[in-house]
Design a protein around this ligand. Structure first.
Ligand code: AMP
Ligand code: MG
Length: 414
């Protein structure tokens, strides 16, 4: 499955090549399910939605005021109409109006047949049942016509689309109470490493707490995913292999952390070679160089590095677009901006770096970014202060304070 033209001389592929490989490899899920509108937030709409009604269904008033017929307007003079009744929201006026009659009307109330204009209540004078209209009265104002938002039988939402709360509100306004969406993606993940201790237990000498599963639980907290946390698996080749084979039977995706490099106890690539297909292994990015992507039977596999900052960066840069594609919404690219960098940034040539930064916007609208601190791939404290990546291209050899840099706000990944 390795694409020879995607391999650079130093054995690393670029992030663009990695994303291209993912794009060629992943087939979107095609099963769908019908779900209640209340459960649909964030899900991927798979069948376009057509409105069964006009929205609004009736001509209604945009103001609290008086509804009248423009035929009763007397040009260039004040005129008086007789008040014949009231139309309230939800309680329409149903009688037939005579010439020179008007009604009291409130916002959202149906404008009766024969009337085509509403005047704001502040603009009239009232004398008992006589309503005196000003010389400035204009025809056909302040009415929201039936179908002026959406016309019956026209498309409300076009699939595929990730459903926002606004979409849900729009669909509800058409009275639709269920939608057809892509089925959820089943994702299993586990941490590998003999040094890992679950939180809640006391640390033994030489051990560290397993933070990656908590990271991944958060990163995968999405209405489109069912997630299975398979725990910590020791650096035991057979155990990792058995866990992968078993998880691949019941999941669409497996994500592991750790053991993806070439240390003594790094078995991921070797196991994937044995039981699946490797799509690529090493990417020319920092953090996150050792990353194995491939397939175990029909299950996609992402072997992320062990260091938590690398887990986050590779999740954002590689796993997120892959999951989007699997869910059927490809083509969503993170947005970036240009900012003035106020820190000196160290960098060596050779890999595209995603340094962690703190982005601020001045009153003028100009963006400034500073380094969030230490850039080691284990330094979670700086990652936690950061709100963006400072993206430094492969050939960059450092940034001096005052230079303009490319910045990707984390908000783009949420
Ligand atoms: P590895 O890729 O297994 O060589 O791990 C690289 C580094 O990440 C090592 O310092 C590991 O101790 C650390 N690491 C691996 N897994 C985790 C984890 N689940 N939580 C925190 N750190 C980890
Ligand atoms: Mg390890």
């Amino acid at each position: 499955m390795i694409d020879s033209c995607a391999v650079e001389t130093n054995g690393l592929i670029t992030i663009e090549q990695a994303l291209q490989k993912i794009n060629q490899t992943i087939t979107p899920v095609n099963h769908t399910e019908r779900i209640a509108l209340k459960q649909a937030l964030g899900r991927i709409l798979s069948t376009s939605v057509v409105s069964p009604i006009n929205i609004p269904p009736d001509n209604n008033s945009a103001m609290d005021g008086y509804a009248f017929s423009s035929a009763d307007i007397k040009p260039n003079q004040r005129f008086t109409l007789t008040l014949a009744g009231t139309s309230l929201a939800g309680r329409p006026f149903t009688e037939i109006l005579k010439k020179n009659e008007c009604i009291r009307i409130f916002t959202g109330a149906v404008v009766p047949e024969g009337l085509d204009s509403v005047i704001m209540q502040e603009h009239i004078e009232r004398n008992g049942q006589q309503i005196i209209f000003p010389i400035t009265t204009t025809a056909k104002q302040n009415i929201r016509l039936a179908g002026s938002d959406v016309i019956n039988n026209t498309e409300l939402l076009s699939a595929p689309k990730k459903l926002s709360s606004i979409d849900i509100g729009l669909v509800a306004s058409a009275g639709i109470y269920d939608l057809v969406v892509k089925r959820k993606i089943n994702i299993a993940f586990f941490s590998t490493g003999d040094e890992l201790c679950p939180i809640g237990k006391s640390l033994k000498q030489g051990h560290i707490y397993d933070s990656n599963r908590y990271l991944l639980s958060g990163l995968l907290d999405n209405n489109n995913f069912n997630i299975s946390d398979l725990g910590i698996i020791a650096d035991d080749k057979q155990l990792i292999e058995d866990t992968l084979i078993s998880a691949a039977k019941t999941h669409d995706v497996i994500i592991t952390t750790g053991g993806a490099s070439v240390g003594e106890a790094d078995y991921i690539k070797e196991i994937l070679d044995k039981i699946g297909d490797i799509g690529f292994w090493k990417i020319a990015i920092k953090p996150g160089k050792p990353l194995a992507f491939g397939k175990i039977k029909d299950c996609y596999f992402f072997g992320l590095p062990g260091n938590p900052v690398s887990v986050i960066a590779t999740f954002h840069k590689i796993v997120t677009p892959a999951l989007h594609q699997l869910a059927g919404i490809s083509g969503e690219k993170p947005f970036f901006i240009r900012a003035n960098c106020t820190s000196h940034l160290k960098k060596q040539k050779g890999r595209q770096e995603y340094q962690r930064g703190i982005l601020t916007q001045h009153e003028s609208g100009e963006f400034f970014v500073e380094s969030a601190g230490k850039q080691g791939s284990n330094i979670m404290s700086a990652m936690s202060k950061a709100n963006c990546y400072i993206v430094l291209p492969s050939d960059c050899e450092g940034i001096s304070a005052g230079q303009t840099v490319k910045v990707e706000p984390f908000a783009t990944y949420i």
